[in-house]
Each structure stands twice: as structure tokens, then as C-alpha cells.
Design a protein around this ligand. Sequence first.
Ligand SMILES: O=C(O)CCC(=O)C(=O)O
Ligand SMILES: [Fe+2]
Length: 242
Amino acid sequence: MRFISIITTTSKNNLFILKSGVSLKKLSTVSSKDIISHQTFKFIDYQFPEKIAKSRQNIFEKSFFILPDVVTDIEEKELVNEIEISLKRLRYQHDHWDDAIHGYRETEKILWKNDKNANIINKLKILSFGNDSKTKPMQQVHILDLYDDGYVKAHIDSVKFCGNIIAGLSLLSDSIMKLTDDTDPNIFVEALLPRRSLYIMKDDVRYKYKHEVLARSDKQFKGIKVLRKRRISIVMRNEPIM
Ligand SMILES: O=C(O)CCC(=O)C(=O)O
Ligand SMILES: [Fe+2]
């Protein structure tokens, strides 16, 4: 079986794509460095103080990846169609001042009725957890629907509920994720999460940096305005280590 039919053929320049001949079986023996696109740097704006910039960047390059165009427009549509059915009865939550997330609704999903969607999720899990996962990927995925004005406040996912890897597919909108050192707010990066991209956050970045999805604003990424609209993410995690 060929891997990654989910990768659009439009992004032929991805190193990622060059590796698309890798079979599912072989994939587990390939290191993430081989598979993961060296394009990640394009989507990261490092804001590290100069003295520590190099060492911090090294850590980031080993534990945070952004893979553009992991699903096509059509695949995005089919995923969103099925997700909308699961979300239909849920209301957006706006008014919990102490919540980590504002302007959102969320659900969990284990079974996908549309086989194509099930296949995509499987392949994204292999991509995200194939190499460095310390525990099994959770069967269920977390679906988070952020309204136009929704946002996720800075937090670190609890070790009680999640292992060493968190991966998220962004649908419907570009957004900016800010990752800030848990002990020093001056040490941070901003990452552009393009619509239809996957981010993979593991180990050092997963445990030592808070992550947040910024609200709609005039914020620019590397000088380009990012228009945040409603965004749905499919967040995949592995089992807690305990
Ligand atoms: O939407 C995302 O990509 C991240 C959401 C998140 O950080 C969380 O649910 O813990
Ligand atoms: Fe999180």
C-alpha cells in the first residue's frame, strides 16, 4: 500500500512528498527527520533572545513540525461535512471567563462513517505517532470548533490526559499558534498554522512550552496579515505515560 494519498499533488516540492513512496510498513522505520518537511521553518517566527537562540531553535527543530497541505480541498470538505453532523446540536460556549478556550464547541470522535475520512485520520496518526510515540495513539480524536472570534489561551496539556505527542490538523482557516517557554514569557515563537496543515508537537516543546491559538486580530505573521475565521481542528494525542 502506498502511503499518503492524502498529500496533495500540488505541493510537489515538499521533501515530505518526495518520501511519499514510502510504504506504510516502512514508514515506522523512517525517522521523523526523513519524513517531515524541512519546510517547517517557513511557518515559524522565532523570537528567542539572542543568547539562547541557537540552542532553543535546535530543540524546536527536533520537536515541533508543521506540514502544509496534508489534505486536499475536497478531503477538507468531506471531513468538515462529517464533523458538522457531530457538532450540530452543540452550542458555542462564550461566557466562561476562566475557561482555557473561548468561543468554541468541541466533541470527541472515534468512528468515521465516511471511509475516506477514516483513512485520512489513520494516515495522519501514523505520520504523527509513527516514530517517537511513547504510548499508543488514542483511538478518539478531539474536535475543536473555534468560532470567528474564538481562541485558545496559553496552556500545557495535562500529563494526566496526554502522552508525549500532540498533533493537530487545522481546517477552514489559517491561524497563529504562539508557543511560550513555561518559565519565561520572553522566550517564545509564533507559528503560522495554514489551513489544511498538520502540526506535530512532541517532547520538549510539548512539555516545556505553553501553546495558544490566537484570537482574530490585526496580527501579522512575518509581515503578512493572517485572517482568522472559524477554524476547526482535529487534535490527536497519545495515551498518557503512567
Ligand atoms: O486547536 C488546536 O490546534 C489546539 C487545541 C488545544 O490546544 C487543546 O485542545 O488542548
Ligand atoms: Fe492544548
